[in-house]
Design a protein around this ligand. Structure first.
Ligand SMILES: Cc1ncc(COP(=O)(O)O)c(C=O)c1O
Length: 401
């Protein structure tokens, strides 16, 4: 047994799933190849508990946009640690970060902080309900494990009655959103959706259509930018597509892996917070706030996005050339900062099987990815080229078996 497998057995005795995060659960299809536990990470690489070194394209599910252990971020955190982590009253770093975010993301006239994407979205929904006086919502995709996620399913701890308050829509289905608004806009507080879900449509038509519908029917538009924020561009998908939401949720890339989320938007909506309570003991935790300030400074000064797009394009171009050489039907797409490589045969089962085979071979080649290839500022040309070399070997083996 590998050290990963031994630890997994031990973890399962006291930790359901053996881990805290759904996407970090070991997948049996990959057993024997997937690193289950990671010991340390630096730059674009990590070392698992078996001592193997991987080039990482999962980047902790998105947050690590500068790379692991990025020097100026870690230095800012150490400096803050000397001063303190959590105080008995607010810390000035909260103001510094709020000002930086408002400058970088203009729709964020006022902001508050949290710890995860889940609490940022929950807070924005509360604000939308309180401001509008309406209880229902239209939601799309995964926004967190809230009570309003997975409604109407028995056995998951969500009160069945909540289904009456939630309209769940398919990403990109503007007609579906419009038909719901036509019927019930007078009860609907908001539309909560990611402005981009890393699919093939990179036109921005969907978030633009949502803006139009929200205005037409008088509902609040909330963008879930947990994954797109500070990644598609420094100002998120809203900057990239030129669409201004009323409220937004950010998390992942804002603090390069330190636990911080940000919610906020228009002053008139955010001032509603003076009338009721959204509060959390750790929301002003200063290490993560210092990390975010330092992360945003690097993004503003060092052409981070130019670099990650360039590296992402290099990777995608490489994929295209390799797929042609190996002779496989594939779909390569998304944004270079988080692209995908999928098999594209008519037979869906075959595509799935090949995807699993490819990932297994990639893990053996010490390249770590799942479905999206996240890019960081620490991935340099040599890392991409080495990845492509390994990728070609992995692809050839995956299609041969
Ligand atoms: C678009 C989106 N929204 C919200 C969340 C929830 O964020 P968190 O896991 O930080 O609570 C996720 C997590 O992957 C996400 O991708």
């Amino acid at each position: 047994m590998t050290a990963s497998e031994t630890l997994y057995e031990r973890a399962l005795k006291h930790i359901p799933w053996g881990t805290q995060t759904n996407a970090k659960r070991p997948i049996l299809e990959y057993s024997g190849t997937m690193p289950y536990f990671i010991e340390r990470a630096k730059g674009c690489r990590f070392w698992d508990v078996d001592g193997d070194e991987y080039i990482d394209y999962r980047l902790s599910l998105g947050p690590v946009i500068l790379g692991y252990g990025y020097p100026s971020v870690d230095a800012a955190v150490k400096e803050q640690l000397e001063k303190g982590v959590l105080f008995s009253m607010a810390s000035p770093v909260e103001i510094e970060l709020a000002e930086a975010i408002s400058r970088i993301v203009p729709s964020m006239e006022m902001v508050r902080f949290g710890k995860n994407g889940v609490d940022a979205n929950a807070s924005n929904l509360r604000i939308a309900r309180a401001y509008s006086g309406k209880d229902k919502m239209i939601r799309c995709g995964y926004n967190g494990y809230h009570d309003w996620f997975s409604t109407g399913i028995s056995g998951n701890g969500v009160p069945r009655s909540l289904a009456d308050y939630v309209y769940e829509v398919r990403y990109g289905d503007v007609e579906q959103v419009e038909s719901i608004l036509k019927r019930d806009a007078s009860s609907i507080s908001c539309i909560l959706s990611s402005p981009y879900d890393f699919n093939e449509d990179i036109s921005g038509d969907y978030p633009r259509a949502l803006r139009k519908l929200a205005d037409e029917y008088g509902v609040i538009l909330i963008f879930d930018e947990v994954l797109t924020g500070f990644r598609l561009s420094i100002g998120g998908a809203q900057e990239y597509f030129g669409v201004r939401p009323d409220l937004s949720s950010f998390a992942k890339a804002v603090a390069n892996g330190f636990p911080l989320s940000v919610f906020g938007g228009k002053r008139k909506h955010m001032q509603k917070l003076n009338d009721f309570v959204i509060t959390a003991t750790y929301a002003g935790e200063a290490l993560s706030i210092a990390a975010a300030i330092a992360t945003l400074k690097v993004m503003e000064k060092e052409k981070v996005h130019e670099h990650i797009y360039k590296m992402g394009r290099r990777l995608m171009d490489g994929f295209t050339a390799i797929a042609k050489r190996v002779g496989v039907e594939v779909k390569i797409g998304g944004f270079p900062v988080a692209s995908y490589f999928l098999f594209d045969y008519k037979d869906a089962d075959k595509n799935k099987k090949l995807h699993v085979e490819l990932n297994r071979e990639l893990y053996k080649e010490r390249v770590f990815v799942y479905d999206r290839w996240f890019m960081s500022f620490s991935h340099k040309e040599a890392d991409i080229d080495l990845t492509l070399e390994r990728f070609e070997r992995a692809l050839k083996k995956a299609v041969k078996d």
